[in-house]
Ligand binder design. Structure first.
Ligand SMILES: [Zn+2]
Length: 460
């Protein structure tokens, strides 16, 4: 029938990841999709294990090798920052102006002197001519005298050079971005530069931050996550197998960001465990079960128990119906990985509850602001406690609404914790006015020394 085409499209299963292989500075580490296969397999096998097979499919595409190098990209980022600084840090649009914050920060450049303006114009011209970052300019006579204040006052919030490495990037003909859950741009070259890695979305800064488009040059500005990761070797002579694992771990880290995961905390590395932390977890790809249940929704609530004897080792585990997380109380948990017990504490809603109790939420009627009914309002026992009022703000020229939660009783976020509760806040992560994810602290997980006695006490 006539609707066949449409329904085929509607029911087509989304592929999880599109790997886009992009060499730069005229070279690449991956000449063909085949040469990337081992790297992709490692990343996606580990991602499949962590997600209990929710994220495991991928397709690899070649991109043209860029002639640009990291220094060129760095110079473009610095030119943009200089232009913004000389323009009093640009427009007043908080949502689209990347440099807006500098307007409010005293340490940033304000009311530059004639000399400062002249030096910045000279540096700008040097950047245009040399196509290298200003770090290479600091040894010139002018640079020796002025580089330091420019670094502190102008480049203090320089955007990453990679924006300009990807500037004007077009996806291959026939590539449909919507076919993929997320896009992974794998950069590489054989020079000593490394662009690092980060996750973002095409709509960031009102769609102004990135200039990436489809094959016809129509820029992507919709909400869809992507990440980049530079696979270039930074230390020559390292074991290729180690490099492959290190790259895959960064890919997995950024992939988890694209799905909504934040960083886990272990400031002194007392118990290195999470691929989303900053501590070295060796060759293991590990990610706390708590996040996999509540933040990512990869495991059901039934994976949590208060009975230690039911806990299964999650190393290479594939059965989502088993129990992997032991609830100790006071937001503490333990889990078993490769024969060892790990412990952490996660007060996911603590900060939000504190702010709901303390202050009255005021928001502007501009369509972009988040109504606290969606954040604090979803944590109260009975919404009739909320006192709402509104007024006209003459300065902002906008109707303002106030939500007062001070008379409210809040739910017990320890005992009433559920996937359902988290879903109320995390179902939209698109930065819109209906994105209530700010209510959940996704960086709240802190690793602790494992208290074996606390676990054994639950057995008795
Ligand atoms: Zn990160």
């Amino acid at each position: 029938n006539n609707f066949q085409g449409l329904s085929d499209y509607e029911f087509k299963t989304q592929i999880d990841v599109a790997f886009m292989l992009m060499g730069y500075n005229g070279t690449t580490l991956y000449e063909t999709t085949d040469s990337f296969k081992a790297a992709a397999e490692l990343t996606m096998t580990q991602m499949g294990l962590l997600s209990f097979n929710r994220i495991n499919s991928y397709r690899t595409h070649m991109m043209p090798i860029s002639a640009r190098d990291g220094e060129y990209a760095q110079s473009k980022a610095e030119i943009e920052a200089i232009d913004s600084a000389l323009d009093n840090w640009g427009s007043d649009d908080v949502l689209s102006n990347f440099y807006y914050e500098n307007k409010l920060i005293p340490d940033a450049l304000h009311n530059p002197t004639a000399e400062q303006i002249s030096v910045l114009q000279t540096l700008r011209q040097w950047l245009v001519e040399n196509e290298k970052g200003a770090a290479n300019w600091q040894d010139t006579d002018l640079g020796k005298e002025h580089y330091q204040w420019i670094l502190e006052k102008v480049f203090r919030a320089c955007s990453p050079a990679v924006r300009f490495m990807l500037d004007g990037l077009r996806m291959p003909a026939g590539f449909d971005v919507k076919e993929y859950r997320t896009i992974a741009i794998i950069l590489s070259s054989d020079d000593s530069y490394n662009a690092g890695a980060a996750a973002s979305s095409f709509n960031s800064w009102g769609g102004n931050h990135w200039n990436i488009s489809n094959s016809d040059g129509i820029e992507y500005t919709h909400y869809q996550t992507f990440f980049f990761d530079d696979h270039s070797n930074i230390s020559s002579g390292a074991d290729p197998e180690k490099i492959k694992i290190a790259n895959a771990k960064v890919d997995v880290h950024e992939l988890i960001h694209t799905q909504g995961g934040g960083h886990d905390q272990d400031p002194s590395c007392i118990s290195p465990y999470s691929v989303m932390g900053a501590c070295d977890t060796g060759d293991f790809f590990t990610y706390p079960i708590y996040n996999r249940v509540y933040i990512l929704g990869w495991l059901p609530d039934t994976a949590i128990t208060t009975n230690p004897s039911l806990i299964q080792d999650s190393y290479n585990a594939t059965d989502p119906t088993k129990k992997y997380l032991l609830k100790l109380g006071d937001f503490r948990y333990q889990e078993l990985f490769n024969g060892s017990w790990y412990q952490y504490r996660v007060p996911s809603f603590a900060k939000t509850l504190e702010s709901c109790n303390l202050s009255i939420g005021t928001f502007g009627d501009d369509g972009n602001s988040i109504d606290p009914l969606g954040t604090c309002g979803q944590l109260v026992v009975d919404q009739s406690c909320i006192v709402s009022s509104s007024f006209y703000d003459n300065e902002l020229k906008m109707n303002m609404t106030m939500r007062d939660f001070q008379a409210c009783e809040f739910i017990d976020v320890e005992n009433d914790l559920s996937s359902e509760l988290f879903a109320k806040f995390l179902s939209r992560l698109d930065g819109s006015a209906q994105d209530y994810s700010g209510a959940v602290d996704r960086q709240a997980l802190v690793m602790e020394q494992t208290d074996d006695a606390a676990r054994q006490a639950l057995s008795n």
